[in-house]
Design a protein around this ligand. Sequence first.
Ligand code: ADQ
Length: 492
Amino acid sequence: MAARKEKALSRLVMVSNRVIDFGAASQAGGVSVAIYDALARHSGFWFGWNGQVEETETPETVVSRDGNHTTATIPLTAADYNDFYLGYSNSVLWPVFHNRLDLAQFEAGYYSRYVAVNEKFATHLAPLIEPDDVIWIHDYHLFPMALELRKRGIENPIGFFLHIPVGPAQALIAIPEHREIARALGAYDLVGVQTHRDVRNLIDFLQQSVFGSLLPSGRIRACDAEFDIGCFPVGIDSNYFANSPITQDGENPEASRIIGIDRLDYTKGLPQKFRAFGKLLEDCPEHRRRIVLSQFAPPTRESVEAYADIRSELESLSGAINGRFGELDWVPINYIHRPIPRSELRDVYRSSRICWVTPLMDGMNLVSKEYVASQDPKDPGVLILSKFAGAAEQLRDAVLVNPYDPNDMVQGLRKALEMPIDERVARHDKLASIVCKSDAWGTSFFSALVKAGKRRTGRGQPSARVRAAMKRLDTVPKKAGPKKSVAAHVGG
Ligand code: ADQ
């Protein structure tokens, strides 16, 4: 296999369902962005699905390089795509982990295909692994990956990071295969989640599902295995976003822009946002003509029914609000159904007076951090953030709102619109200091994983190659970087 000849295939092995084309700006999504940024600082490669559907059960692994990045990918079959990706991953695990049991579709055949694709990934990945590699698996599509890799003799440290939130245990145990999922976690050395809320929910789930217990050492014992659970809030490359020359509301001083940037997903609270915006225009006529809501929301997973529903709901809501309040020279909601090219993102953030982030539940929410990092510190915009986004655990100085409560949403919006400059600057200073520190995500997870791997194998010192990698990571230049990790470990 071509991959075996690749000398550079070692170090940090990132595995996620989907590997993006590094050159394509349109492939928006928080997981890809986070992995891409982390791999820019580590040697290693990224393994996963290439986004193609091909009818072969024995695909070949294709290894390619783009600049410093190396990827190893395989295609999926149509059945994989339907039952593993759209089915079990996005119609069972995604809604349930976001506490939307009402949208879950438990169909026969989904779970067996979910396991089969994890087996397929493991079969193709195992031959690429070298003895000193550190393996980092991402997200809910791949819970069983470590188990499958261990079955194939892989003894390397394997970590898992869940990008989405962990819903309450009562929701999770409604998944018919919840015990299998809990058991699968036991094959990892370290399981990382975004927030302290998620750590609590995950421990609660393990206790209720498989009688897991929290040991005095801080490690978790479940299904004859011991592993660490830690909280590692995902960060962004804040230096990149801090570098925008545009000033606030540059191109249209008449109307202040309120920006929304989300994937079109029912978890993002978009109907709640549109309704609250209509209510503000209704209740506060003085703001009419003075503000525009620009909402970018590219569609994802359109073949899943709940996603088609949200699309038509938003189209009808924006149409109704624009029809009711719009005028010849002013359209209140600018609803754009495609991604912003990444190269334009920071300028759009910087030229927007407010960023309005309203998820009903979200693992972290990178948009909120990107907006903060993009602001002019002397004349910053205001972040309005749902208290149910993981980011709200860190970004306490945003204007925090409850997206379920229209009155609270309108009040938050008014507060942001009317906020005096000194308060904007004071809040932004505090937010920016936290966002700058969040660059340490990849480094802190990697270091914790290496340590957790040693605990499992009882091995002494890490090898020279792992030590060199850790040293390199410690010397990554940071803007105002703290040496200590922002992660708060439960285990060790
Ligand atoms: P997402 O649900 O995709 O991520 P988010 O964290 O907001 O959500 O990340 C979105 C990323 O994609 C951002 O970097 C953003 O700039 C980009 N993006 C989103 N919409 C875009 C658009 N319209 N045009 C261009 N770019 C767009 C998942 C979890 C989150 C978690 C991340 C990372 O659901 O909770 O924060 O992973 O762990």
